[in-house]
Write a protein that binds this ligand. Structure first.
Ligand code: AMP
Length: 229
């Protein structure tokens, strides 16, 4: 952990940074349950916009399928609308946002307008080589969104969700080898500079995210506890 500033006066704002497959979604859900925060995934919001056929969804679809980043204006606008929802007043964990310096600065401006700021930006540090294997085996429960993996996290009862007992599961269209390579490239070129950005703000923390899910959750929990104390 590097230079984490721990004073929080308003609802906490936490960011999970890391390449695709680092476990941001899984860990954000665990933090949501443990700390009563709202998980906010721009990937989920964009997939919902694509499914609903909104104007933003239509513009985002092909870009997402190619594993590239959706334009800052679309993503910032989707995020701004969601942040204004009343449930976000209890605090948020941003999962997959910001992904560019433009987005990070827009977030700072949005938060500053309501007297808030980023309390902690936590980088999930992983080896790229392991990410393709992680991503190609993952799937989620269609009912509640709980994440699973063919090798690392299977449901306790085969084909039954541990959380909601649902039996329908889905795999993401962009979780294939070619798209993953493009997504990793986008992460290194456009998102990884945010590690230095948040270090300069004194908000950066880092965890080794190559271990067991529960060990990583416990490291993250300690950081969040400190940042939200
Ligand atoms: P994710 O579910 O976070 O892996 O995001 C899936 C895809 O949605 C990414 O590969 C991008 O195409 C798009 N996306 C999600 N969040 C952002 C963001 N903050 N900025 C730009 N594109 C995004």
């Amino acid at each position: 952990m590097v230079g984490l500033d721990t004073t929080t006066t308003v609802a906490p704002v936490l960011i999970l940074l890391g390449p695709p497959g680092a476990g941001k979604g899984t860990q954000a859900r665990m933090l949501q349950d443990r700390f009563g925060l709202v998980q906010l995934s721009t990937g989920d919001l964009l997939r919902a916009a694509v499914a609903a056929g909104t104007e933003a969804g239509k513009r985002a679809k092909a870009v997402m399928e190619a594993g590239e980043l959706v334009s800052d204006d679309i993503v910032i606008s989707i995020l701004r609308d969601r942040l204004a929802d009343p449930d976000c007043a209890k605090g948020v964990i941003l999962d997959g946002f910001p992904r560019t310096t433009v987005q990070a600065k827009a977030l700072d401006a949005l938060l500053a307008a309501s007297g808030q700021r980023v309390d902690a930006a936590i980088s999930l540090d992983v080896d790229d080589a392991a990410m393709v294997a992680r991503i190609s085996g993952r799937y989620t429960c269609d009912g509640c969104g709980e994440g699973y993996h063919d090798t690392y996290k299977t449901p306790t009862t085969k084909d039954v969700c541990d959380t909601c007992q649902g039996t329908d599961f889905k795999r993401r269209a962009d979780d294939n080898a070619e798209t993953v390579a493009a997504r990793l490239e986008a992460y290194h070129a456009q998102t990884s500079p945010l590690i230095a950005f948040y270090q300069t703000q004194g908000a950066l923390a880092r965890v080794n995210a190559m271990g067991a899910i529960n060990d990583i959750a416990s490291d993250l929990g300690a950081i969040v506890k400190k940042a939200t104390a």
